[in-house]
Design a protein around this ligand. Structure first.
Ligand SMILES: C[S@@+](CC[C@H](N)C(=O)[O-])C[C@H]1O[C@@H](n2cnc3c(N)ncnc32)[C@H](O)[C@@H]1O
Length: 548
């Protein structure tokens, strides 16, 4: 760990050691090979870690990675083998509804609020511990919790939720914001009873607590809300089934991606990812009374050690964790083509189509159910009766039938992709612009620069956004009206928020930065959706070529 990180986390590492948190093997198991650099002096046991005043160092250390890799996380301090124990957190260190019950005042107050969900109880418990300040048993852990979150519940204005551009996603964002507000209203009487003070009674504080719980809790068998797990919640996310956390290929979102190239060249749609059986990274082990984490793959010393939180689409990641993955094989586009009946009727005895099963996969292929429905609808009724079972088993009814189905899907995707307020190229350009900015002042200045690019050759040479690669050349011409309108709306929102914050304790620049981050995430999300549509068009074209 670099020295300043060591200093910054000194207190929590020491506190962790006192709690019995350790990254050493189970006491009874044959000891793992010690780190080669200090093998003679190394005793990988709890006692030694207490002496060393650090709960980490044997297998893991706190490290800071790039934002796209999750920022702060845990790195391997030695080569780690798939399946080996890498962290143990005793139950006593966990912050959960169990520890809430051990807080006498909170437990007594809770009796009067039996209808609160365990997630609400955990949020109140967290706020109460923060309000206690240094006297909280978790103080060293709490001071290092992130202050800002970008989960969908934070998309509280229509400008922010509409930036997602897909109706279902806008609903999810609006629903998330509404649910948090409702949960806050229900929990307020309890917060008042506990006299946490005005700061902790605000919607802002509740949003923070709720996002902290949503983005950091780990599964426990005894409670639906899960548990906050100090140090264990420093692991960043890895997609299940992706054996290598291969460097994120920004081409995927920012340009023509390798999936498309694969489809064009040889029809391989694996997107360069390797898939494996899902592995369990850990869980609460009742017999040991501790949360245990295992390496889900081999890691080299210095590499980030990741944890699989579950299988999520990008919308779900955004909703619960406030981030998304550029390359997420679990991402999908919900199928929402209204003209499905035009393809043909579905016979009365046909499959029951749960709309949730009708989607286009990350690689652009229609889901099993969607393909079955398309094949059945594309078949004449008589053929459907005699051969419908083939479609229901995932098989082709006939090449002609498949050609009709894929032709229809291709046309619908082509209509869909042009129906968005902004194109993929617009989103790509906007994202590039936003990534180059840390304030709205910069966003506007850079946008103006781009607009004036053609006239002002001097500015053109100086501006990184007007660089000379052929792809960027294409985007440096002019900003489309819809993008300019969006910039205007977000700028107005940011200045409204920062003006509002001037009268309060919050920092106007931080307010702006939050709006900017949420906007970036929304643009990334919608761009990823459009890329799926583009892959689907390519996939259909390739299939049609086979039938011709
Ligand atoms: C359980 S915490 C992980 C540790 C966190 N980075 C920290 O500093 O405390 C989960 C949060 O980390 C971030 N995160 C985790 N995995 C990520 C990833 N693969 N890419 C981007 N952000 C990630 C998200 O903000 C998420 O809500």
């Amino acid at each position: 760990m670099v020295e300043n990180l060591e200093k910054k986390y000194e207190e929590i590492l020491k506190w962790g050691a006192l709690q019995g948190i350790t990254d050493t093997p189970f006491p009874s198991s044959p000891s793992s090979s010690p780190p080669s650099s200090s093998s003679s002096s190394y005793r990988p046991d709890f006692e030694q870690q207490q002496e060393q005043s650090s709960c980490l160092g044997f297998s893991l250390e706190i490290a800071v990675f790039s934002d796209s890799e999750g920022g702060r996380g845990l790195a391997a301090t030695r080569d780690l083998k798939k399946g080996e124990i890498i962290l143990r957190v005793p139950k006593g260190a966990l912050l959960s509804v169990h520890s809430a019950q051990q807080d006498k005042k909170l437990a007594e107050a809770l009796v009067s609020y039996p209808s609160l969900s365990s997630t609400q109880v955990l949020c109140v418990h967290l706020l109460r511990e923060v309000a206690k300040g240094r006297t909280s048993a978790w103080y060293p852990y709490l001071v290092h919790l992130p202050r800002l979150h970008h989960t969908l519940a934070h998309y509280t204005t229509s400008v922010e939720s509409q930036a997602l551009q897909v109706e279902e996603a806008v609903w999810v964002a609006e629903g998330a914001a509404e649910t948090v507000r409702q949960e806050w209203n229900e929990a307020r009487p309890l917060i008042k009873t506990l006299s946490l003070g005005r700061r902790f009674d605000s919607l802002r504080a509740w949003l923070w607590a709720s996002a902290t719980v949503s983005s950091r809790t780990l599964y426990v068998p005894w409670d639906k809300a899960g548990t906050l797990c100090p140090i264990g919640d420093y692991f960043n996310y890895a997609c299940p089934g992706v054996t290598e956390h291969d460097p994120v290929n920004t081409q995927d979102l920012h340009g023509k991606d390798d999936a498309e190239a694969n489809l064009e060249e040889d029809g391989d749609s694996s997107c360069g990812l390797e898939f494996a059986d899902r592995l369990s990274d850990g869980g609460f082990e009742s017999e040991r009374n501790e949360y245990c984490f295992y390496a889900h793959q081999n890691y080299k010393k210095g590499e980030q050690v990741l944890l699989c939180y579950g299988t999520y689409t990008n919308l779900e990641l955004l909703e619960h964790y406030g981030f998304l993955l550029l390359k997420n094989p679990n991402d999908k586009l919900l199928f929402r083509f209204s003209g499905l009946h035009e393809l043909g009727p579905l016979s009365p005895g046909g499959p029951h189509n749960d709309p949730k099963n009708l989607y286009i996969n990350f690689d652009g292929h229609p889901s099993f159910s969607l393909l079955a429905v398309l094949r059945l609808r594309a078949a004449p009724t008589t053929i459907c009766k005699s051969h419908g079972h083939l479609a229901l088993s995932g098989l082709q009814i006939s090449p002609e039938n498949d050609a009709t189905a894929y032709r229809w899907l291709k046309v619908e995707c082509e209509k869909l992709i042009v129906s968005f307020l902004t194109s993929t190229d617009d989103d790509f350009m906007l994202l590039k612009l936003l990534e180059a900015c840390t304030s709205f002042h910069q966003v506007v200045a850079k946008a103006l620069t781009i607009c004036n690019c053609r006239e002002q050759e001097r500015v053109r040479r100086d501006s990184p956004l007007c660089a000379t690669t052929s792809k960027e050349e294409k985007f440096s011409k002019e900003l489309p009206t819809n993008v300019l309108t969006e910039i205007g709306k977000f700028e107005a929102l940011a200045s409204l928020k920062s003006n509002k914050s001037r009268g309060s304790s919050s920092d106007p620049l931080a307010e702006e930065a939050i709006v900017l981050e949420k906007w970036k995430l929304a643009v990334s999300w919608r761009l990823a959706q459009k890329r799926i549509i583009e892959r689907c068009i390519l996939h259909c074209a390739r299939c049609l070529k086979c039938f011709s």
